[in-house]
Design a protein around this ligand. Structure first.
Ligand code: NDP
Length: 501
């Protein structure tokens, strides 16, 4: 790393900028904090009040180059990639332990930066620790093979790290999605450069500090907040970056894949979704309604796995809508630091306007707005809140049904047969997640096989199991995160033949 600029802060959560009275956070490169090479800074807001909570350096292309160079030099030096699997596991285990020790501080940070109810933020940070613990235990279970074949020698495979991996992370689950990329990449011995979303860089920077405290060599993990068009694009195009793991919208994912193609940089993409929940008349309606409401409105609907299309067998459609709307109206909107809050703000004023645009569009397209889609008054007026919206009388050709709204909006649609339910569920460019509600095991298996989706839950809305593959079919992405399969995305096979002598 060839930069003589003094670090603006070392470790910790940044130093308070006395002029602004909020903490300043520098780029984290090789264990030090740096201002951006052009001095650019971005203000970070609390979505529940829209007040400034931090100022963060905004990486330029030069800064990205410096971070990649630092990561590459540390990879080439070899102390991490050549460390024993057991040692890498110990360090990842230390990371998990430090995250648990710091869980409350990290949860507060994530809650304020991403607008999450504090209880949800605590749970997410717990899952981050679980992710690192999983890969800490997985590292020494990954190995090559000795393959029978040639009579005149021995064929074997080695599993080798790729080199520098770039991780591009969205704002909806900032630290959790970071962990899904960073933990398996580090487990296999790679170096990593993380580009967090511009809106939510704070826990990513905290993560870089904790990794060093856990014993990770400096330069193996670097975090460079900055814009997608500059920092993100420069990371994808850097010739020393061997792999990009991207989570975000399908539109940006397309551009990332095109840019990565220039150097045959490996990509894995976790993209958008428009997942369906199929509710048959024999479902346990109490459990189904409660779970389906969470599956649409958790994280204020800003969830790639949100079941924003609910398909309900016609005989119970009206009853389902009545109960669903009633429960949606009961969801407790509130400040993110209130322990009782179930439903927080949208990430930014712009995102709320986009979602409001979809509410207007739904009405123009002829759908019926049963409830919600309003800005609340009173105490919450300064934040980006929008009440949970429920639409009925939707058709599959409506944009409201075809496009990912990424906000608290659901469309409920009746069906008359199992075949029609499957056809409606599959009538989408996406195929990320979904649910199926029935007590009939035979039907559950038939429909589970027929729905084109990466993940499907029967009588549940849970999509995330750290031990199992996570990812989508069709335009929802390429590759899988989590589970042992993620380790394949961060390693190469090398085949070695040794002739008998
Ligand atoms: P975006 O696609 O806008 O951004 C994702 C990340 O990519 C951000 O860090 C962004 O930077 C960066 N980026 C933007 N442009 C470029 C570029 N040209 N080159 C490289 N990087 C770039 O998505 P959002 O942040 O708005 O997240 C919401 C989307 O993410 C939804 O569509 C959702 O479905 C999807 N998502 C998918 C998940 C999955 O696992 N399948 C999980 C979570 C979300 P910047 O911060 O500057 O915008």
């Amino acid at each position: 790393m060839a930069d003589s600029r003094p670090p603006t802060s070392r470790r910790g959560n940044g130093v308070t900028d006395t002029k602004q009275d909020v903490p300043f956070e520098g780029l984290s490169i090789a264990g030090e904090r740096y201002e951006a090479s052009d001095g650019a800074v971005r203000e970070i807001h609390d979505p529940s009040t829209n007040t400034v909570i931090a100022r963060v350096a905004r990486a330029t292309t030069d800064d990205v180059n410096r971070a990649v160079r630092a990561a590459y030099e540390r990879f080439a030096a070899g102390e991490w990639r050549r460390a024993s699997a057991r040692r890498r596991g110990e360090v990842l285990g230390n990371v998990a332990a430090l995250i648990r020790t710091n869980q409350e501080r990290l949860a507060q940070l994530e809650s304020r930066n991403a607008g999450k109810p504090i209880a949800a933020a605590r749970s997410e940070i717990g899952s981050v620790a679980t992710t690192f613990a999983f890969y800490a235990g997985a590292v020494d279970k990954v190995h090559g093979q000795t393959i029978p074949g040639a009579a005149d020698g021995t064929v074997m495979t080695f599993r080798e790290p790729l080199g520098v991996c770039g991780a591009i992370v969205p704002w909806n689950f900032p630290m959790l999605i970071l962990s899904w990329k960073v933990a398996p990449a580090l487990a296999m011995g790679n170096s990593v450069v993380v580009k967090p979303a511009e809106l939510t860089p704070l826990t990513a920077l905290a993560m870089a500090d904790l990794a060093i405290e856990a014993g990770l060599p400096e330069g193996v993990l670097n975090v460079i907040p900055g814009s997608g068009s500059t920092a993100g694009h420069s990371l994808v195009r850097h010739p020393l970056v061997r792999k990009i793991s991207f989570t975000g919208s399908t539109g940006v994912g397309t551009r990332v894949m095109q840019a990565a193609a220039e150097d045959i940089t490996r990509v894995s993409l976790e993209l958008g979704g428009k997942s369906a929940s199929i509710v048959f008349a024999d479902a346990d309606l109490d459990t189904c309604v409660e779970s389906s409401v969470s599956a649409v409105y958790d994280n204020a609907g800003q969830d790639c796995c949100a079941r924003s299309r609910v398909l309900v067998e016609r005989s119970i459609h009206d009853e389902f809508v009545r109960r669903f709307a009633q429960r949606a109206e009961q969801l407790r909107l509130g400040r993110t630091d209130d322990e009782a809050t179930e439903f927080g703000p949208l990430i930014s004023p712009g995102r709320r306007e986009t979602v409001e645009g979809y509410v207007d569009l739904g009405k123009e397209e002829g759908a019926t707005l049963v409830t919600g889609g309003q800005r609340p008054n009173g105490d919450l007026g300064d934040g980006n809140y929008l009440t949970p919206a429920v639409f009925t009388d939707v058709r599959s050709d409506m944009r409201l049904v075809r496009e990912e709204v990424f906000g608290p909006v659901v469309g409920i649609q009746p069906f008359d047969s199992e075949d029609e339910a499957v056809a409606l569920a599959n009538d989408s460019i996406y195929g990320l997640s979904g649910s199926l509600w029935t007590r009939d095991v035979g039907r559950a298996l038939r429909v589970a096989r027929a729905v084109e989706t990466g993940m499907l839950s029967v009588n549940s809305s849970n999509s995330v199991h750290i031990e199992a593959p996570f990812g989508g079919m069709k335009q929802s992405g390429i590759g899988r995160e989590q589970g042992m399969v993620a380790l394949d995305h961060y390693s190469e096979y090398k085949t070695v033949f040794i002739a008998d002598t």
